[in-house]
Design a protein around this ligand. Structure first.
Ligand SMILES: Cc1cc2nc3c(=O)[nH]c(=O)nc-3n(C[C@H](O)[C@H](O)[C@H](O)COP(=O)(O)OP(=O)(O)OC[C@H]3O[C@@H](n4cnc5c(N)ncnc54)[C@H](O)[C@@H]3O)c2cc1C
Length: 430
């Protein structure tokens, strides 16, 4: 696939995955045209958790200090019973010998895009075209094309599709997006009210079990984000109404005044993956290739891992430093990790929190409490939840393209399928 001139790649979508792909390619001397449908970088409030493994991978761009400066360091995450309080707390110190970042970084995903964008402005290799929705992409064997809004086609050495869940790149290649949609949607209501003053031992990341309505409480630098399930009997409009948002927050912490609500939004939740992450000179990554339940915060993180491995691999193939078949192998590996690690882990989180059977739910909490009380179990659990296990699975490939972050993986950071724990008899572990 080697190109004689400076290779030129179209990256479609300036979300976190497209921005990281553009940075990865440009770092390797590839010219990048980054197409974004919106007129500016989207500032939607979606992912807010960066895992240690992702911070390790992002270090190469010199962005982590700024990201940490714009976020909140969460040294632990916790599981709670809504009525009885904290049940299990997992401190990321348990993996401090493995990573320079033994914490979850609570930081909105758009901040990563903004920080990378500032670097693109000074980088001659990166051109950004806002307001340019790409209608589709095609592989032509020795090159690839994208279709721009006026109907014409632009030619590149390759196309990197990072255009999100409704990806036109994926659709135009005729790829599937198989999987399932959960019956419940998730509503997220954000408030500046300091919930930690009213709930004992509240961590910055909390998964809260309850017979009537589970929830997740996440702190960002200026807001608490509360995420609740919304059943089929409640419409989107009802769930987003002042009354419903107020009712849900009052049930978390009752107070005489109404809550100030900074944001509210509702999402359908899926587990879907496309049948291949590569068609010749077109590569897919992030939500364009796989979408996951947000519980556990792995969708964007997994997408960033895709972008770094597939972006580096594509650049190395274009420069003739890597055999073409290796990129197929990387694409297969990223797909396998999306299914065996991200999907499995996030689905187990959903099952665990939403189990209708009280016995199963209590067993899950008991299992977590046992795990948190046992340092060896805690370490194994934190290695997986922080995606260091998923990173370890890519060690050989990342080393091959010079992207291994230089950390020493312990032998207990085993492969991606090792996600079972003491509660797996009920398929519930978090
Ligand atoms: C409520 C919620 C909470 C979440 N929390 C977390 C979390 O804490 N941690 C985590 O890891 N993940 C989380 N996720 C998942 C995460 O938000 C996504 O996985 C992530 O946004 C995927 O990034 P992306 O760049 O692939 O896609 P997107 O963020 O969707 O970006 C795609 C970009 O492509 C652009 N685009 C779309 N179509 C076109 C086109 N045709 N041409 C050009 N541009 C186009 C879009 O405008 C957008 O800028 C959460 C998701 C939800 C819904």
């Amino acid at each position: 696939m080697k190109t004689t001139e400076t290779p030129h790649v179209a990256v479609v979508g300036a979300g976190p995955v497209g921005c990281v792909a553009a940075a990865t390619l440009a770092d390797r001397g590839v010219r990048v045209t980054l197409f974004e449908a919106q007129q500016e970088l989207p500032r939607e409030l979606r992912a807010s958790t960066f895992h240690p493994a992702t911070l390790e991978l992002l270090e190469r761009f010199g962005v982590v200090d700024e990201l940490v400066g714009r976020g909140l360091v969460a040294p632990r995450f916790a599981y709670r019973h809504r009525r009885h309080g904290q049940v299990a707390s997992f401190n990321l110190d348990a993996v401090a010998d493995v990573t320079r970042y033994p914490f979850r970084l609570q930081c909105e995903q758009y901040k990563l895009c903004e920080i990378l964008f500032d670097r693109f402005v000074d980088n001659d290799l990166v051109e950004i075209r806002f307001g340019t929705p790409i209608a589709g992409a095609a592989d032509h064997g020795d090159r690839a094309t994208v279709q721009i809004p006026d109907g014409s086609e632009l030619e590149f050495d390759a196309v990197f599709g990072a255009d999100g869940a409704a990806s036109n790149v994926r659709k135009s290649l005729g790829l599937s997006f198989e999987g399932m949609t959960y019956a419940d949607r998730y509503v997220i209501v954000s408030t500046p009210f300091e919930l930690a003053d009213h709930l004992d031992d509240l961590a910055y990341v909390n998964y809260i079990s309850d017979p009537d309505e589970w929830l997740v409480l996440l702190r960002t630098i200026d807001l608490w984000r509360a995420m609740f399930p919304v059943g089929p009997d409640e419409s989107d409009a009802e769930a987003l109404s002042d009354e419903a948002c107020e009712r849900r927050l009052q049930a978390v912490v009752a107070r005489p005044e109404p809550y100030e609500i900074a944001h509210r939004t509702i999402y359908n939740v899926h587990q879907r993956v496309t049948n291949t992450f590569r068609v010749g000179r077109v590569v897919l990554a992030g939500d364009a290739a796989h979408i996951n339940n947000p519980l556990g915060g792995m969708g964007m993180n997994g997408g960033v891992h895709d972008a770094i491995l597939l972006g580096s691999g594509l650049a190395a193939v274009l420069s003739g430093d890597l055999a073409d078949e290796r990129l197929d192998h990387y694409a297969d590996m990223r797909r396998r990790l999306a299914i065996e690690f991200v999907k499995r882990h996030t689905h187990q989180n959903a099952v665990s929190l939403s189990a209708p059977d009280p016995v199963a739910r209590q067993q899950a909490l008991d299992g977590l409490a046992d795990r948190a009380a046992d340092p060896k179990e805690t370490r194994a659990f934190v290695l997986q939840a922080s995606m260091l296990t998923a990173l370890a699975a890519m060690e050989e490939e990342l080393t091959e393209v010079g992207c291994w972050p230089g950390i020493t993986m312990p032998t207990d950071a085993t492969g991606p399928t090792d996600t079972t724990g003491p509660t797996n008899s009920t398929d519930e572990k978090r």
